[in-house]
Design a protein around this ligand. Structure first.
Ligand SMILES: C[S@@+](CC[C@H](N)C(=O)[O-])C[C@H]1O[C@@H](n2cnc3c(N)ncnc32)[C@H](O)[C@@H]1O
Length: 249
């Protein structure tokens, strides 16, 4: 039986490791979310969009640990997969198929929008944040955990070989926390409340890849890249922001 318990992630440690590994779509989403949540104010009853929710592990965690109401939206995974996980955990959340660029929600519907290991697929265009914040209430919060490099690829001048070998050009979406801060703040549509690179990002990623390899009996595809990197470039960026409250007339 796998063991993913970590002193630094006490809430995530309560969840069955085999279930989490079976939901695998990338490095431990609960560790990422638990860390990101330290920079957010999640209170019972808030309406939360889990954007790019995959198989729904983070939505289960959000509902159970913070008592929020969750809408789990994903493009590639059938909503029935997340819905089955919600039922198994006694969680009352909504699972739906949705493209992050054509969200089927009313404007200003959500108190919080979160995206764990997904934003890199749809959120780097200049026009994306302005679109997404239309779904946030005034005063609402945004939180993103996304693969990152400690240096911008633009500054390196190339995609490092060990990263290119696994992810190819997609690595150009793996920005530094400072890049995200500037990219969001310049719009003046949100106030960035924190933007940091996870110190434990590479180590956690490696621990997850090792656990996946053990569970499946085959080396995880990311192991070679992580070993070659040794924590020099690869980590995760955790970025949070708040939409300004409406100014009374
Ligand atoms: C690496 S998986 C992470 C899933 C989940 N958050 C987790 O951490 O286990 C990336 C997810 O992004 C979702 N995704 C990619 N492009 C999307 C888009 N345009 N709209 C909505 N979801 C998208 C995919 O469906 C996929 O489930």
């Amino acid at each position: 039986m796998a063991d993913l318990r970590r002193a630094e992630y006490p809430l995530s440690s309560k969840y069955d490791a085999d279930w989490l590994l079976d939901c695998d779509m990338g490095p431990n989403p609960l560790w990422l979310l638990e860390d990101l949540a330290r920079d957010l104010d999640l209170r019972p009853g808030l309406k939360v969009l889990d954007l790019g929710s995959g198989k729904g592990a983070t939505s289960v965690f959000l509902a159970k640990e913070y008592g929020v109401q969750v809408w789990a939206a994903d493009l590639w995974i059938e909503p029935s997969v997340a819905a089955a996980n919600f039922a198994a955990h006694g969680v009352d959340a909504v699972a739906l198929k949705a493209n992050a660029h054509a969200l089927p929600f009313a404007h200003e519907f959500f108190d919080v929008i979160l995206s764990i290991d997904s934003y890199e697929y749809f959120g780097t265009a200049d026009s994306y944040l302005p679109y997404l914040v239309t779904f946030l209430k005034p005063g609402g919060q945004l939180g993103v955990a996304t693969p990152a490099l400690t240096r911008e690829i633009r500054d390196l001048g190339h995609i490092p070989e060990h990263i290119k070998k696994l992810v190819g050009w997609e690595a150009i979406a793996w920005h530094t926390a400072d890049w995200w801060r500037f990219h969001w703040e310049i719009t003046e549509l949100v106030e960035v409340t924190s933007a940091r690179l996870q110190e434990s990002g590479w180590r956690d990623w490696l621990a997850w890849a090792e656990a996946i390899s053990e569970r499946t009996g085959t080396p995880d595809a990311s192991l070679e890249m992580l070993h070659a990197d040794q924590g020099e470039l690869l980590t995760f960026a955790l970025v949070t922001a708040r939409k300004p409250a409406r100014v009374p007339d």
